[in-house]
Ligand binder design. Sequence first.
Ligand SMILES: Cc1cc2nc3c(=O)[nH]c(=O)nc-3n(C[C@H](O)[C@H](O)[C@H](O)COP(=O)(O)OP(=O)(O)OC[C@H]3O[C@@H](n4cnc5c(N)ncnc54)[C@H](O)[C@@H]3O)c2cc1C
Length: 220
Amino acid sequence: MGDVTGVDGVGELHVSARGYVGLGPIGGGVTTVALVVPLAAVRTSGSAGRDFRRDFFAELERFPGLAGRFDPRRLVRSVLATGPFAQWSRTATASGGGALLVGDAADFFDPFTGQGIYSALRGAELAAACLIPALACGVNAPIPPSALRPYVRARRREFAGKWMLERLIGVGVGWPALTDRVVRRLAARPDLADLLVSATGNIVPARRVLAPSVLAQFLW
Ligand SMILES: Cc1cc2nc3c(=O)[nH]c(=O)nc-3n(C[C@H](O)[C@H](O)[C@H](O)COP(=O)(O)OP(=O)(O)OC[C@H]3O[C@@H](n4cnc5c(N)ncnc54)[C@H](O)[C@@H]3O)c2cc1C
């Protein structure tokens, strides 16, 4: 989207009961605009024939912090629609062996916290660390499930904290009154805001946020 009013170089997240919108300035006066709506809204509207690509700007106008900021004539590419996102795989390996899942195929991270790209790339590193020794054994048949188990364990070690943190943030995002409360706390406590962004940005381990004494500070 070109020339979104009020964009000043930092990303924005706008949350409401209708869903959320992320703005990401990418340079040259262009901003990516992602609207995420609950599946229930799509199902309801789908049966009524509603098209979120057609209604994209009308929907953005319903967010108080976004109304009046977009000129539909400044669209730089057509609006794309995809989803549903919230799909989780029970396991990161195929039951018969010989295949493993990486990235979004293995697990879903809500785009709200922007963890998907890191998880896909880090997951690929974990997969390589497991597959290279397995393939070096000169196996011709599919790699047996036992040889892929270290990958599953490595994923759990790497991502368990992030899964928990992402689910907790998901609860907050689906509950605007809670989001408001946490955002007010973050505004008053920049150190907490830094910690949360550092944990979702993989700079510090997620467990630092998940300590009960720290979690409580997001509310009180
Ligand atoms: C609106 C939105 C905003 C997001 N924002 C962020 C963000 O800010 N930060 C962040 O970290 N993550 C974000 N994500 C999530 C991130 O994009 C994904 O987690 C990440 O791209 C997953 O990488 P992947 O390689 O697993 O899958 P993908 O990037 O989806 O790659 C899979 C590829 O496989 C191809 N493919 C599919 N089927 C076949 C087939 N049969 N044959 C050949 N090729 C095939 C697809 O075309 C695609 O190119 C966002 C996602 C969305 C939808």
